[in-house]
Design a protein around this ligand. Sequence first.
Ligand code: PAF
Length: 284
Amino acid sequence: MQIISTKQELTNQLAVCVRQNKTIGFVPTMGALHQGHASLVRRACEDNDVCVVSVFVNPTQFNNKEDLLKYPRNIQKDAELLADLGVHFVFAPTPEEMYSQEEMEQEFAFDFAGLDQVMEGKMRPGHFNGVVQVVSRLFDLVQPTRAYFGEKDFQQLAIIHHMVERSSMAGRFGDLKIIDCPIVREKNGLAMSSRNERLSEDERETAVAISRTLFASLEWAKMATVKEVQQRVIDTINAVDGLEVEYYDIVDKNTLQPTDKWENAVGCITVYCGPVRLIDNIRY
Ligand code: PAF
């Protein structure tokens, strides 16, 4: 496995793979890797001749400086896991390698057709601009055949699909396919996340109430309206000491707009467990 830190070296190495007609699987990450990432990487290695993983804590997608500073980083441990999984190239650039000073300071503009006006986009203004900025730049550099994303970040995945569809119409990214991968959970149901590293043992136990309530809501949905289930999920989680729901929206899986029908409905939640912001979702 090679660890590469410059764009030039990455494109040089991958040009050789392209000349040999090799398919390239790509998994973009912000490091602090866990078994959720490992499941994406395993798929990328299985489906493609070459597997590339980026490890880059992207500053332009953080609208909260403290969150950026506290984001867990451990490139040594990440590299060991990726080598064991059979990855060929790890791209781990510095922010200066990825962006000019101007790009770091100016917000990247993109038309999300309203997909960014709800949930995470509403709570974290500018977040998805930063995500699309870095992901589109990484796609330009890696030119992957397939790119793998987890369904835990449901809104992010919808936005990436939208961005790729729009870019493909303009002839960018070739025949790139976005592969949606299921949420990976701890045995107790907690959705795996790099942010879980910031939870104490007790907080991890407390946080289990999030997925437990979402699963219970599948039963509630059989006999109640969307509004009733939405409120019951919020009340149940808020009743747990140490948890506070930021939002629980039940939305149409395609438009991400709030829905009052169970057809195509996805419940997306963000909960504070102490200072740690956790997200999860469930399909009804
Ligand atoms: O999901 C993430 O870890 C990040 O948003 C991504 C896609 C790697 C872009 O920085």
